[in-house]
Write a protein that binds this ligand. Structure first.
Ligand SMILES: Nc1ncnc2c1ncn2[C@@H]1O[C@H](COP(=O)(O)OP(=O)(O)OP(=O)(O)O)[C@@H](O)[C@H]1O
Ligand SMILES: [Mg+2]
Length: 596
């Protein structure tokens, strides 16, 4: 309830007004059978004139009209509020998901996040939107109708109610089953969609390897599964309505049979009998709703708990409570004995209290194998640092610790003499430009992908386009910088993507620039140009560049060679050529490849 309360509070006026409209509608609904009862009783006694009849009918019509208006009102107010609550929860949830740290995100599946965003929020809206409406109806409409029936004739009411528990049981059980089948049909549908999407994404592989039949079979299988699950759902849906009508009609039959007797014995007036039948009609909905509501609330609470768990989850990487007061970062970085193991990062406060609400730990094959071990290094302001080493030696892991994507397991990192955990997290990240190893482009134009909402001077944009060797590439594009990329636009080569991602990283001046394998996908010629220009421009920043290509690192002040998470050697290009076998061999091989 703690989670939902602020959202309800924000819509409280609308909700209360909606409930008020509902209460009036329910009251009018209860009054109408009374009017009908009076008309019929007077007609039975023949003590009625046409004028009074007309008057009564106009009265019923006006009540019906008022009910329609008020019903429209409460539906708008309550459903609107429920949609508003749903939207706010979804927005907040997405904000929260974005703020989760990498250690947490490594463990959650995309599918789980999608479930939260789609079905969990839907369940909450149904429980607290529809649920509220249904609850008012059960208590008010159901309670009042039943009371009037009991006052009119207790024994007839008891008889009429005999089939009603069955109505509740059937709605609850079949309703539950229907939901289960609906969910499994939905899951099956997402699997089918994912399979079709994947098949189209990998269409080249399918064609080259002649996988058409195999893929076709897989889709056929998934489609059959979806069909079977839908059939089950249709079976229950088809069963539910006739069962409800059967039980309801049994009640009607009891009223007509026993009530008819009572009228014959003069123990009930014909008007009362007619009203009784009308009240039964009104009562059917609240009774069906009892079964429905329990399901709705159960599902809603389960979803609310799941979302609460995510919102309340304790993160390892947290912004400092009292950040140090610094207005500028110069760019001196020191690693003090850093060790790191994935899945075992150190939470910021109260060391060792990793929340038990976190998702299950992924089995970590290298639990005791340190990904980084006792790394100490110093980067002076304005230094150009190169990092190289075998694949999987921990290069990416190392640089991810600087913007605090993860916390180190042991040791500390300081920037300009301040432990990075004491620097405001947003401020820290605002001062670091990191180009990740995977060049990821969002769908949109090239310009949007480079600027990402920032507005640099035109001169800076031109300069960066030149550095990233994008000028000729852009000239060949249909709309230059405004060319759409991704799903809706053109497909770019790996090297082109990488140069756009590099431009995105360099466009605003930051005191710390980290490039993770920035030229891996570029051809040697373009790569050399980019590296040359990168070395020529005045970056006015500490630069860390990771690369397997030695030529990219040759001009760095210091180059570190990582091996199995440890620093194997470091020095200038000239020194390492002489002293390190790995460096020397890599350089020679790459030089001879160039010559081929
Ligand atoms: N998110 C993660 N969760 C668990 N283990 C990871 C994760 N990311 C990387 N690893 C593991 O950590 C080790 C170091 O990976 P890292 O990506 O830092 O290597 P790298 O030196 O950058 O390699 P490459 O040159 O291929 O980019 C590898 O054994 C890898 O499997
Ligand atoms: Mg890497």
């Amino acid at each position: 309830m703690k989670l939902i309360y602020p959202y309800i509070k924000a819509n409280l006026n609308k909700i209360l007004l909606g409930i008020l409209c509902m209460v009036v509608v329910d009251m009018v609904q209860i009054i109408i059978p009374q009017i009908i009862k009076n008309i019929i009783d007077k007609l039975a006694l023949a003590s009625f004139d046409s004028k009074t009849l007309l008057f009564q009918c106009i009265f019923i019509l006006s009540l019906g009209f008022a009910m329609a208006v008020l019903r429209y009102g409460w539906r708008n107010l309550l459903m609107g509020s429920a949609r508003n609550v749903e939207k706010r929860i979804r927005d907040d949830l997405f904000k929260r998901v974005l703020s989760l740290d990498m250690a947490y995100l490594d463990k959650v599946k995309t599918g789980d996040i999608m479930t939260h965003a789609v079905s969990d929020i839907n369940h909450i809206r149904m429980a607290f939107g529809f649920g509220l409406i249904v609850l008012v109806d059960i208590i008010l409409l159901g309670g009042a109708t039943l009371s009037i029936m009991i006052v009119t004739h207790p024994k007839l009411t008891v008889f009429a109610m005999i089939p009603m528990p069955l109505l509740i049981i059937v709605t609850k059980n079949l309703g539950n089953k229907m939901h289960t089948f609906h969910t499994s049909a939905q899951k099956s549908f997402s699997m089918l969609t994912e399979l079709v999407r994947e098949s189209f994404a990998g269409i080249r592989i399918i064609k080259v390897f002649n996988f058409e039949d195999l893929t076709g079979q897989k889709v056929k299988h998934a489609s059959h599964d979806y069909f079977k699950k839908n059939l089950k759902r249709a079976f229950i849906t088809a069963l539910l309505r006739p069962m409800l009508i059967l039980f309801f009609n049994t009640s009607t039959l009891i009223i007509i049979f026993y009530g008819g007797f009572l009228v014959m014995q003069d123990n009930l007036t014909p008007g009362e009998l007619a009203a009784f039948l009308q009240y039964l009609g009104i009562l059917a909905w609240p009774i069906i709703a009892i079964g429905w509501l329990t399901n709705l609330f159960q599902r809603g609470m389960a979803s609310l708990n799941r979302i609460n768990l995510l919102i309340d989850s304790k993160l390892d990487v947290r912004p400092p409570e009292n950040p140090v007061a610094i207005s500028k970062i110069r760019g001196e970085i020191i690693f003090h004995g850093i060790s790191f193991v994935y899945g075992k990062t150190r939470p910021d406060q109260q060391p060792g209290t990793i929340s038990d609400k976190r998702p299950d730990k992924r089995p970590d094959k290298q639990d005791d194998n340190l990904t980084l071990e006792d790394i100490s290094l110093k980067i002076h302001k304005g230094d150009r640092i190169g990092i190289t080493g075998h694949p999987g030696s921990g290069k990416t892991t190392l640089i991810q610790l600087i913007p605090r994507l993860y916390n180190p397991t042991k040791g500390k990192i300081s920037i300009d003499g301040h432990d990075i955990k004491t620097i405001d997290l947003d401020f820290l990240r605002q001062n670091i430009a990191l180009m990740p190893q995977e060049a990821f482009l969002f769908s949109g134009t090239i310009k949007e992908n480079i600027l990402m909402g920032r507005q640099p001077e035109k001169k800076r944009l031109d300069q960066i386009i030149h550095v990233c060797s994008l000028k000729t590439t852009l000239e060949k594009m249909p709309k230059g910088l405004d060319t759409l990329v991704g799903e809706r636009g053109i497909t770019l080569s790996g090297g082109q993507k990488q140069r756009i991602a590099l431009a995105r990283t360099l466009i605003t001046q930051k005191p710390i620039i980290i490039l993770d394998d920035p030229i891996s996908q570029m051809d040697t010629d373009t790569a050399s140009k980019v590296i040359l220009r990168l070395n020529q421009i005045n970056l006015d920043a500490s630069l860390i560049i990771i690369s397997h290509r030695i030529s990219a690192l040759a001009l760095c002040d210091t180059i570190y060679i990582l091996n199995k998470g440890q620093i194997e050697a470091y020095g200038s290009h000239k020194e390492l050529i002489k002293s390190n076998a790995f460096y020397k061999t890599s350089y020679k091989v790459q030089q001879s490849e160039k010559g081929i």
